[in-house]
Design a protein around this ligand. Structure first.
Ligand code: KG4
Ligand code: ZN
Length: 347
């Protein structure tokens, strides 16, 4: 007998729905919210309202593209945590209402676990155990994954996430939100060895990006003369702007190179410590072309089996919620209707 799951993702600013049958994704429909661009970041209240507008058409389209009707669905899955509480509430209330009306089991999914399991959507899939570097707008983690339902965070950021490092650097360069994809685009035409930003020395398998952000801020304020704050070094605004304009491509390439090297040096350390050779990346920042290329080169050098989800499964999407729910369904790990959305649930 087939298992058909309808999954809903609404943790931040993407409203997404997916239908999966026996672990195979049949549809994955996402409505992006453009309303936040002019605010240089996601405005939670606007995100919730946009989810309310988008959720019915997105779910309808996901069902029709998969050629399924609601009555043929065996379970309803949703992102329970972490995320913006107002956004999570729209998806969770919608999923709970459907489960109640259709009398189907409900499956609550952790968004970060789903990013990891995006690596199980397409072939070839990693064998267990595998390591996953999960890099998104809110999280940066190294996860040891022993089975689809058993995973452990073995390293994480102590301050900003990698996505924030990209977005905040982009903001300092005067680029619009979200700046990560733009830094990626400009970095392709720049010289990554032109400017040198410091690599933080953080113990164990943890990360830090706040020092890098500060060093970029001072470097731009000083119009490239130094990374250190000294009132007498600060250039006048016109000079700062001119420096950025004339060096934008090299600045993007050098910043990207440093973020990627911080991430991959820790991933290399994790691979040595655990002895695991199946290594994945996941999350919005895994869409970054510099990270993808450097990760694959590192994999060849150290004889890892490397895996990266298809582009559409890197940034937030419901297909990753559906695949995670499929494994939870097999283990009969269902939630009851009293389950609530949680902005900050641990694993
Ligand atoms: O996983 P995700 O879609 O949402 C969260 O769960 O946070 O990740 C969003 C983050 C943003 O910070 C965005 O700038 C970053 O992923 N991002 C990128 C690229 N595409 C998305 N960062 C660098 N290069 C990219 N190509
Ligand atoms: Zn995410």
């Amino acid at each position: 007998m087939s298992i058909v799951i309808l999954a809903i993702e609404s943790s931040c600013d993407e409203t997404s729905a997916s239908v999966c049958r026996d672990g195979k994704i049949l549809s994955n429909i996402t409505a992006n919210q453009t309303v936040h661009e002019k605010y240089c970041g996601v405005v939670p209240e606007l995100a919730s309202r946009a989810h309310i507008q988008n959720i019915v058409p997105v779910v309808d389209t996901a069902l029709s593209s998969a050629n399924y009707s609601l009555s043929a669905v065996d379970a309803i899955a949703f992102t329970q945590s972490p995320g913006l509480i107002g956004s999570l509430l729209v998806g969770s209330q919608f999923a709970k209402s459907l489960a109640l009306a259709l009398d189907r089991p409900l499956i609550a999914v952790h968004h970060m676990q789903a990013h990891v399991l995006a690596n199980l959507i397409d072939d070839p899939k990693p064998d267990f155990p595998f390591l996953c570097l999960t890099v998104s707008g809110g999280h940066t983690q190294i996860v040891l994954c022993e089975s689809p339902t058993r995973m452990k965070v073995i390293g994480e950021t102590i301050d900003d996430a990698a996505g924030e490092a990209f977005d905040k650097s982009a903001k300092l360069l005067g680029l619009p939100y979200p700046g990560g994809p733009l830094i990626d685009k400009y970095a392709k035409q720049g010289n990554q060895n032109r400017f040198h930003f410091p690599e933080p020395q953080i113990p164990e398998l943890n990360f830090s990006f706040s020092g890098l952000k500060t060093s970029i801020l001072y470097f731009l304020q000083n119009a490239g003369r130094s990374h250190v704050y000294k009132p007498e070094n600060i250039a006048i605004e016109v000079e700062q702007k001119k420096f950025i304009e004339e060096n934008l491509l090299d600045l993007c390439a050098s910043i990207q190179q440093r973020i990627v090297s911080i991430l991959l040096n820790k991933l290399k350390k994790a691979a040595v410590q655990t002895g695991v050779k199946n290594i994945c990346i996941a999350g919005g920042v895994s869409a970054n072309s510099g990270l993808r290329t450097a990760f694959q080169q590192m994999g060849q050098q150290y004889h890892w089996n490397t895996f990266i989800p298809a582009f559409q499964y890197c940034t937030d999407n419901a297909a990753m919620i559906a695949i995670t729910a499929y494994y939870k369904f097999i283990e009969k790990d269902f939630a009851d209707l009293s389950v609530t959305a949680n902005a900050r649930a641990s694993w």
